[in-house]
Design a protein around this ligand. Structure first.
Ligand code: DGL
Length: 274
């Protein structure tokens, strides 16, 4: 019997894959689930290889291919790269390799430049994001009329991966990276890594409520919705969606960290990874 290709009607019932170097992309997953509550989601944390921030673009691309290949075995209809570092390093190569819609993300320099009252914005991100050609292009396009101060937050992702959102070490790193931005006068700070929204409260404690923090999770969810609509791939299901988590974290408390960040009951299944 000939195998019939799937119609867009049946593809639309498939899940959306969401990937990150670790648990940070759960901050984006929350926005996606809130905006698209009937879409099944498969989240994958490459925690065994986190952080991506200090890896080369080739290493990150190899990781992204392995993770995306895994998600494709789960029959996802679209892929969200919920990681600024992976987007900068690998999204072009991923779009060449896969035919499904791929949504990436970048630090919100444009919205921050528009939101700033005094023309000074800070960007917290990984080393990989800040030294990427994509970030240079962002500054060229949207950072010309503002002063942009950047800080690479080495070590912060590791704290968040361990679920340490307000320990002395986490707070001390946040002070170390935020105070220079305040010294330069930043009134708006971009959370340019998907892990950082999980320490938003600790950041606000240091910078004060008068500083505006900008996170891109909601914009990514909107962009995903637009792309699915345009391609006729929005789910027509009225049922509550399933959200499944996968991790390759060797940590014994990996599921607990996922649950802490997701804020609801969650079980993270283990997947094998080289
Ligand atoms: N969550 C990531 C990002 O948005 C990467 C963190 C890392 O693995 O260094 O950039």
């Amino acid at each position: 019997m000939a195998i019939q290709p799937l119609s867009s009607q049946s593809i639309s019932q498939q899940a959306i894959g969401v990937m990150d170097s670790g648990v940070g992309g759960i901050s984006v997953l929350k926005h996606i689930h809130a905006l698209l509550p009937h879409e099944d989601l498969v989240y994958i944390a490459d925690s065994k290889h986190a952080p991506y921030g200090n890896k080369t673009a080739d290493e990150i691309t190899a990781r992204c291919f392995e993770i995306a290949d895994f998600l494709i075995t789960k029959d996802v209809k679209a892929l969200v790269v919920a990681c600024n570092t992976a987007t900068a390093a690998a999204i072009d190569a991923m779009r060449k390799r896969y035919t499904l819609p791929i949504i990436g993300m970048e630090p919100a320099v444009k919205p921050a430049a528009e939101a700033s009252r005094n023309g000074v914005i800070g960007v917290l991100a990984t080393v990989g994001t800040l030294k990427s050609a994509q970030f240079a292009a962002l500054l060229e396009s949207y950072g010309r009329n503002v002063k942009v101060v950047t800080e690479a937050c080495v070590g912060l992702v590791e704290c968040i991966e361990r679920g340490e959102l307000d320990t002395p070490e986490t707070k001390s790193l946040i002070r170390q990276y935020c105070l220079p931005l305040l010294d330069e006068g930043a009134d708006t700070i971009v959370l340019g890594c998907t892990h950082y929204p999980f320490v938003k409260d600790a950041i606000l404690e240091v910078v004060g409520e008068s500083v505006t923090l900008i996170d891109t999770g909601a914009a990514v969810a909107n962009q995903l919705k637009r792309q699915l609509e345009e391609k006729g791939l929005l789910s027509t299901s009225m049922q509550k969606a399933e959200v499944n988590f996968w991790t390759n974290s060797p940590a014994a408390n990996a599921s607990l960290v996922v649950e802490l960040l997701w804020g609801m009951h969650a079980h993270a299944a283990l997947f094998d990874s080289f």
